[in-house]
Design a protein around this ligand. Structure first.
Ligand SMILES: Cc1cc2nc3c(=O)[nH]c(=O)nc-3n(C[C@H](O)[C@H](O)[C@H](O)COP(=O)(O)OP(=O)(O)OC[C@H]3O[C@@H](n4cnc5c(N)ncnc54)[C@H](O)[C@@H]3O)c2cc1C
Length: 463
């Protein structure tokens, strides 16, 4: 479709993409957001969907609804499959509908997925925490493990079912481990007749020597002590070497290996940037690192392409972390640069990240927070976390329902979102067993499917 005014194509409706689109509200441009999904996912709260506190809708408002009043913005649900930087086109596909968009400016904010550091087969047994599908599947696995343990009469099997292993002691892993422990100790207490949910083991493993290492020694030690106080077992300096349906094996620094029997595992270690980074790297000569992040100029553009911006988890600049604020501010910076050029003089200032601090919840009313020179722990940090997350949830309605669910979870031991389905439970495993040739269709139309690891296909590739 021809555009009378400059056309800005934005790939992704996450933090970088959505905030870039909103920043262009008053600019004399047409904006098209192309996203794999038509919701804006608030990833930092995915673990609360997985552990039954929040519903998916609360952390994923519709992008269409958010941008309803922004007349210059349009949303397309499609997965970008290729970018041609010379022709200035983006090609995207959804349900066999191919769309090619011509752009005058391109903002790429396609984020990152989970990385299993070359062991993609772990994904089947230890889902990551990147999507709503991941969170719902984990919810089904966590609650399902207790259900099957209630049925089992074999003590060894019960023990495996009531042992939960979380790999990765960054904010996601720590929050997940803390919540599973709280669920077992408080929410599920007294719910079963054959098992005692409070006896469930939750184990957090990391190859690094500290939990939440990025927060510095003092806060890191406090976080570990708090995790241990609530009963999470923390194993550090331990590299996970194998994950299968029944267990996790890890190797200590001294070379010894240990195996933990556990049915439910969560992978919260490592990210891999969108493959679109590599596509752009090949065409523009920009460097792409091992995690798939593409190096950008100080103003977030690609070398020789002042019309292409890369923001958020996909970009590499000055060792900035992969956090929401980097993506939000990056998206806004790109949008402001575009608007300035349309106004007559392009603002070429470099992107300057304003660090607003970071925080992680460890237990009910317990968190750590690092905001500039201010370091908070315990209840004050938890209150800061509550406030920051509440104001950052997009949409008033979502804020209200989230607050209600938090009241249930924090002021009592209840969790409002314990519903799981069989399909969620078996989803990934079933698709994996059907293999990469499996192509679900509706009315003859092929449905898109995130293909999980297929051992046979991997075998064929390596042979
Ligand atoms: C579990 C978890 C917890 C986190 N906790 C925190 C926290 O507490 N604090 C914090 O600051 N940060 C946290 N983060 C990191 C933060 O969420 C990311 O840094 C942020 O989401 C990055 O924004 P982004 O726009 O780059 O990518 P994303 O928000 O990931 O958005 C990427 C978008 O691109 C779309 N997309 C991807 N590929 C394509 C394609 N080919 N075609 C079309 N669309 C595509 C996706 O569907 C998505 O809409 C957490 C992340 C996770 C996963």
């Amino acid at each position: 479709m021809a555009h009378k005014r400059p056309h800005v194509v934005i790939i992704g409706s996450g933090f970088g993409g959505l905030f870039a689109a909103q920043e262009l509200k008053d600019a004399d441009v047409d904006v098209t957001i192309v996203g794999k999904t038509v919701y804006h996912l608030f990833q930092p709260l995915l673990y609360q969907v997985a552990t039954g506190i929040l519903s998916p809708g609360e952390i994923a408002p519709s992008t269409r609804e958010v941008l309803k009043g922004q007349r210059n913005a349009k949303v397309i649900m499609s997965e970008v499959t290729s970018i041609d930087v010379d022709a200035r086109t983006v090609t995207a596909e959804a349900l066999q509908h191919e769309t090619t968009l011509h752009y005058d400016y391109l903002i790429v904010a396609a984020g990152a997925g989970q990385s299993y550091f070359g062991n993609d087969h772990f994904a089947v047994y230890a889902p990551g925490m990147k999507t709503i599908d991941d969170a719902l599947e984990l919810r089904a696995r966590i609650f399902g493990a207790f259900e099957v343990a209630e049925l089992s009469e074999d003590p060894a099997e019960r023990e495996r079912l009531m042992t939960f292993v979380v790999v990765g002691a960054g904010p996601t892993g720590v929050e997940m481990a803390g919540q599973i422990k709280d669920l077992a100790t408080n929410t599920l207490k007294g719910n079963f007749r054959s098992i005692d949910s409070t006896q469930a083991r939750v184990i957090l493993i990391d190859g690094a020597p500290a939990v939440l290492g990025a927060f510095g020694d003092k806060l890191s030690s406090r976080a570990k002590a708090e995790l241990e106080r609530i009963g999470v077992e923390v194993i550090l300096d331990a590299l996970v070497t194998d994950v299968n349906s029944e267990s996790v094996t890890y190797k200590r620094k001294d070379g010894s290996t240990e195996r933990i029997g556990a049915v439910c595992k969560v992978w919260a270690a490592g990210v891999q940037a969108s493959p679109l980074g590599a596509t752009l790297g090949k065409q523009t000569g920009a460097e792409v690192d091992r995690a798939g992040r593409i190096s950008v100029n100080p103003d977030l553009t690609l070398p020789g392409h002042p019309e292409i911006f890369v923001v958020g988890d996909m970009m590499s600049l000055d060792k900035l972390p992969g956090v929401a604020q980097v993506a939000i501010q990056g998206g806004q910076h790109a949008a402001r640069t575009i608007a300035s050029e349309l106004g007559g003089t392009r603002d070429t200032s470099p992107f300057q990240y304003k660090d607003r601090g970071s925080m992680a919840v460890i237990s009910k009313f317990g968190a750590i927070a690092s905001i500039g020179k201010i370091k908070l722990t315990g209840f004050p940090a938890w209150l800061a976390w509550l406030f920051v997350h509440l104001i950052n949830i997009v949409g008033f309605k979502h804020r209200v329902t989230t607050l209600m669910h938090w009241a249930i979870a924090f002021l009592s031991t209840g969790r409002a979102e314990r519903t799981t389905t069989r399909q969620q439970l078996v989803g990934r495993l079933a698709v994996s067993q059907l293999g990469s040739q499996f192509q679900p269709t509706i009315g003859g139309v092929r449905l898109p499917l995130e293909q999980p690891y297929d051992p046979e296909a991997a075998d064929r590739r390596t042979r």
